[in-house]
Design a binder for this molecule. Structure first.
Ligand SMILES: [Zn+2]
Length: 360
């Protein structure tokens, strides 16, 4: 499977079923994958519910028990699957995650062997595991996930982690503890997570050019003053404060302060480094013999000095829009501009080669 324009396709290019949910929001830059169960009678019921104007809920995909995948929301759009939630200091995960719903009945209560039911439907004992949720409760019956469903989910999870550079896979219960129980104890979260987030050996692994240095980038964690020098006694600069979520480029460090330039603006100065978190470098290699670098996200924009890039050039992604990525080429000449993302493949670069400030 592969992703084209944030929709799931088979390797032969045919799209997976798409049943649009109206419950979507703005474009997101997902950081996590959230696993759920539907707590419904079957996949069609969940897909219909997400399409129902009254439901107010949605997820990016629903995976049926036989592994059939139906997409309901493009992967780069906000869906309503997480609700009130928090993870790694981020609140309301809908704006920061992709949601996979696994068709399943959900927690079955304490009826006991021979008496498991979902509504009026009896569930055979062989399909149920008696277990306690990892957070201590509830204890009772949980339906097993069929292997075909888990296999489809893992293949998709690996693809999403790679394509969107997701940081981790979590359960709905992890981000809304106490309020949510899904995907529950029958979901093999530890092994699934380890497998989904492992970098495949086959991913366009490149040997980086000698001296390759990525551009250190950071995300501002809170409203943050930018000062003219590396101490709180210095005056703030024009454009200060930066808003939480702003991406900055880091330069020199001094006594817990870092000199930064905000991405996409000219705000530049010193900030207290404790309010910054590193943004992992997203590296790609050029897959075309000659790739034009343009001043904006579209073929109508003029090329920039240093364009075109040659095949196998390693670039670091800075932002994206409409199937284009703004990148900077890493190496001797640093060319910055927009390229069509279809001519880029993810590059895996050993961590030891990453991290020193580039001269920008
Ligand atoms: Zn859920």
């Amino acid at each position: 499977m592969k992703i084209i324009n944030h929709r799931l396709h088979r390797d032969d290019g045919t799209p997976y079923a798409f049943r649009a949910s109206p419950h979507t929001g703005p474009t997101i830059k997902p950081r996590w994958l959230v696993m759920h169960y539907t707590a419904s009678a079957n996949a069609a019921g969940a897909i219909n519910w997400f399409a129902d104007p009254l439901s107010k809920v949605s997820a990016h995909v629903v995976i049926a028990k036989d592994g059939t995948i139906t997409q309901c929301v493009p992967f780069n759009r906000k869906a309503n699957h997480a609700g009130e939630s928090a993870w790694k200091g981020v609140q309301w995960l809908n704006g920061h995650s992709i949601g996979i719903e696994l068709d399943g009945y959900g927690y079955l209560g304490t009826a006991g062997p021979g008496k498991w039911k979902f509504g009026n439907k009896s569930i055979p004992d062989s399909d149920v595991v008696v277990a306690t949720h990892k957070f201590g409760k509830p204890s009772g019956g949980w339906p097993k996930y069929p292997q075909a469903q888990l296999d489809a989910a893992l293949e998709l999870a690996k693809l999403l982690v790679r394509e969107y550079r997701l940081e981790d896979v979590v359960g709905h219960d992890d981000i809304a503890p106490g309020r949510k129980q899904d995907p529950g104890p029958t979901f093999p979260m530890d092994s699934f997570r380890a497998s989904a987030t492992k970098q495949p050996d086959s991913a366009a692994r490149v040997t980086p050019p000698a001296g390759l240095k990525t551009i250190p980038r950071f995300r501002v964690k809170t409203t943050l003053n930018v000062r003219s020098g590396p101490a709180a006694a210095n005056a703030t600069v024009a454009g200060s404060p930066l808003q939480a979520g702003t991406i900055v480029r880091g330069a020199e460090d001094q006594a817990g302060w870092k000199r930064i330039t905000a991405e996409g603006s000219s705000v530049s100065g010193w900030v207290s480094a404790q309010f910054l978190e590193p943004v992992p470098a997203e590296l790609f290699t050029v897959t075309a013999d000659s790739l034009n670098v343009r001043g904006g996200p579209g073929a109508a924009n003029p090329t920039v000095p240093g364009s075109p890039l040659t095949r196998n050039t390693v670039v670091q992604a800075l932002e994206e829009a409409n199937g284009w990525k703004r990148v900077v080429s890493l190496g001797a000449a640093q060319v910055t501009g927009w390229v069509s993302a279809q001519y880029l493949a993810p590059a895996v670069v050993p961590v030891s080669d990453v991290g020193q400030p580039a001269n920008v």
